[in-house]
Design a protein around this ligand. Structure first.
Ligand code: ZN
Ligand code: ZN
Length: 410
């Protein structure tokens, strides 16, 4: 069986920009390696989820891994927990958490505890809840960025069908977690008990005494919202009969890859920022390829340029991604490895967020059929032989080229 690489430049795709003379940031960037892959390979455009649907990086990646997001995306809670680095298992109930401030009457006076930061003790506070057991249900808790975190309830007979234990505004007490179904009554009760435990454990904690002295709002309770039950998934290796690994930078995508059972490869110098080490990322992909059949990689920087609304930064991030691709190409050009180059969604500079536009894709390798497209970009790729496909089509296309797919029918 041949090997495969799925190379994702996060949010790389975009829309024509007047300041670039009507070019997109991909078209304006110098991308000799992407252009080579496009010229020698087969091109197309891809709707990450469906035409016009604006994807998150989480739902887009689920689709690209071949897991239908409409079936497996069960809400922000589980995916926030996955992104925060908690080991989420199918059947866990996960919630998004805020550190918050209540007064002595229990009224929420700051939903973000004075925008408490990671270096102000949120890890330590979260660790007080992590590992607790309430009525036979295990609690896992982790802080993420600033005042945010995630909570998991692990046990029998749990449900994600509960309303938020969060007033969503200041000046009100924390509402009880109302169950939406009879089956959810137990879970709602557990959420309420967990909030009470947080109040007890956080109230007089040295971190909060210090904040009080400094005149800052204390993190003396938590708010829980966005409950969802983590989906039960067939692990990647079972689903496809191949060994997969992931060389990815940011927590959310690392978490999804791990949740699907892909082996995570760490790259200590990969920052997930504009300054990331694209050479180390590329080398890690080539190393992973020795051991695994299919390697996913995601370089985050192009998406940041889109969110920052900065065409120059986005162009230079795309050029960085192209240099990473160049190193990978040098490492595989004599082998029978196939590579797909694409974005997980569009993040146009003028929109500063993800849009529901299609993205360009080029697939290269010995088994591909070149199609006359001579450069990589939104416009050139739209005329290629792959036509217009969806994110869920990527895995079957790769498996077919790798000689790793089962025949459908006799
Ligand atoms: Zn993304
Ligand atoms: Zn983004």
């Amino acid at each position: 069986m041949a090997k495969g690489i799925i190379f994702i430049a996060d949010g790389m795709a975009g829309r024509p920009l007047a300041e670039l003379g009507g070019a997109t940031t991909i078209e304006a960037a110098e991308t000799p390696n992407m252009d080579l892959i496009a010229e020698q390979g087969e091109c197309g455009i891809l709707d990450p989820i469906a035409p016009g649907v604006r994807p998150g990086s989480d739902t887009a990646h689920l689709a690209l891994f071949g897991y239908d997001p409409y079936q497996y995306y069960t809400g922000r809670g589980p995916f926030e927990a996955i992104g925060a680095g908690l080991e989420v298992k199918g059947g866990d109930v996960a919630l998004r958490m805020n550190f918050a401030t209540i007064d002595d009457k229990g009224v929420v006076i700051d939903r973000r505890a004075g925008r408490i930061q990671e270096d102000e003790g949120t890890d330590e506070l979260a660790s007080l809840l992590n590992g607790l057991e309430i009525d036979g249900v295990k609690i896992l808790c982790k802080a993420s960025t600033a005042h945010r975190g995630a909570v998991i309830l692990r046990g029998e007979d749990l449900s994600g069908e509960i309303e938020d234990a969060d007033p969503h505004r200041e000046g009100s007490p924390i509402p009880k977690a109302r169950p939406l179904t009879e089956e959810a009554e137990r879970t709602a009760g557990l959420v309420d008990k967990l909030i009470e435990r947080a109040k007890e454990l956080f109230g007089d904690h040295p971190i909060n005494k210090k904040r009080q002295k400094e005149g800052k709002p204390t993190a003396n309770c938590i708010l829980l919202r966005g409950a969802g039950i983590a989906p039960r998934v067939q692990p990647f290796s079972e689903r496809y009969g191949i060994k997969g690994s992931a060389v990815v930078e940011v927590g959310l995508i690392r978490g999804i890859a791990r949740f699907l059972g892909l082996a995570l490869i760490d790259v200590p110098t990969a920052t997930g920022g504009y300054d990331t080490d694209e050479k180390a990322l590329a080398r890690a992909v080539l190393t992973a390829l020795k051991k695994y059949d299919l390697v996913f990689t995601n370089i985050k920087a192009p998406d940041l340029g889109g969110h920052d609304g900065d065409a120059i930064k986005k162009i230079s991030a795309i050029e960085k991604a192209d240099r990473m691709l160049g190193i990978i190409y040098e490492g595989i050009k004599e082998s029978d490895t196939h590579i797909a180059v694409l974005a997980d969604h569009s993040t146009p500079v003028a929109f500063r967020d993800h849009t529901g536009d299609s993205v360009p894709i080029a697939v290269w390798g010995k088994m591909t059929r070149p199609d006359g497209v001579t450069g990589f970009g939104e416009r050139p790729c739209s005329g290629g032989g792959l036509g217009r496909i969806r994110g869920m089509d990527l895995m079957p296309i790769m498996l077919n080229l790798m000689g790793a797919s089962e025949k459908f029918g006799a």
